[in-house]
Design a protein around this ligand. Sequence first.
Ligand code: NAD
Ligand code: WQD
Length: 352
Amino acid sequence: MKPNGTVLVTGGAGYVGSHTVVELLNSNYSVIAIDNLVNCYAHKKEKPESLKRVEQLTGQTIVFYDVDIRNRQALDKIFKSHKIDSVIHFAALKAVGESVKTPLTYYQNNIAGSSTLFEVMQANGVKNVVFSSSATVYGTPQFLPMTEDHPTGQNCTNPYGKTKYFVEEILKDVCIADPDWKVISLRYFNPVGAHESGHIGEDPSGVPNNLMPYISQVAIGRREKLYVFGDDYPTKDGTGVRDYIHITDLAIGHLKALQKMSEPDFKGWKTYNLGTGQGYSVLELIEAFSKASGKKINYAIVHRREGDVATSYADPSLARKELHWQATKGIDEMCRDTWKWQKQNPNGFKKE
Ligand code: NAD
Ligand code: WQD
């Protein structure tokens, strides 16, 4: 066991999970990763490719279990076989459009899965958790920049967003019932980019739902053009504005949360925004990516995407004050690292 203890990382083979595991290993934490491989690539059910790459990058070994967080017995066995100090809970389904079509799958996976995990944690006396939440809990912004006390849940427009809201509410109630729990819910804005080595990055299956991986697949020639969803928003150039945050900055936010929870006077439930506080439009991101990659990004303006808001960006000052965390990488580094990953891995983690 390493000096900072052992962290169980659910969804550890995914995009945010794998980048966080790098930072944990580099900061003297031992890591146990679990993932049911629903949204990550593993050759013939071996250790997921993302985690093999993390092992190469860090020169360290990750204990990995191919386990679903809804599998109570399997989870319990893991908690009984290791001395786990804290959990970082990433495992979830995250495709907004899919969640509208199959809400029960999302509620089952994200809510039932989370509550099973928390029950097993409680039964094994592990009561420290960092939860992957999302700016989506704020729904349509009522004011900008959004602070942590912006209302949540009221106008979450899709089942995915509601699962994040409900799990936050579950965790608040758990903390009320048992003061030994320590919970930090991190509300991510728009995570993008890749590890600066280009060895790990975002590997969406099928057509990317999100802007950055779509742009990068256009740049590499996997897709012909980007469809820009609307240019008639009340923004600087009419396209949607978002707070993009580099994945390594985001990953480090989780370490800061663990450190915060280990302070003797920390108790109960707290939430922090992880964003830069700066908004960029779709056209600005296209421009920055063109510059970073030296490629022209073909695009066409099409109608708005249902459920999109015009502008979203964080007030990240609470995380700066209380977690001593702040984003350090700007839009150019986000594009540079995405491009490095995409160029080195034109088909993502699959080699063929
Ligand atoms: P991801 O899909 O790359 O990673 C999630 C991982 O969880 C995947 O490897 C998947 O196989 C695994 N998983 C899903 N259901 C599981 C289950 N029942 N049991 C075990 N493993 C399971 O997604 P990501 O982008 O890394 O997101 C991580 C977390 O951050 C998610 O909770 C997501 O909702 C949240 N989040 C992501 C974003 C974003 O834009 N990427 C923004 C805000 C919040
Ligand atoms: C960004 C901007 C689009 C794709 C989503 C989830 C949110 C969170 C992060 C998990 C918007 C525009 C996009 C495209 C486009 N995930 N766009 N063409 O919608 O802010 O947030 O991911 O919690 O819950 O909703 O991110 O990357 O999809 O879109 O024009 O092909 O790019 O309209 O303005 P979004 P995004």
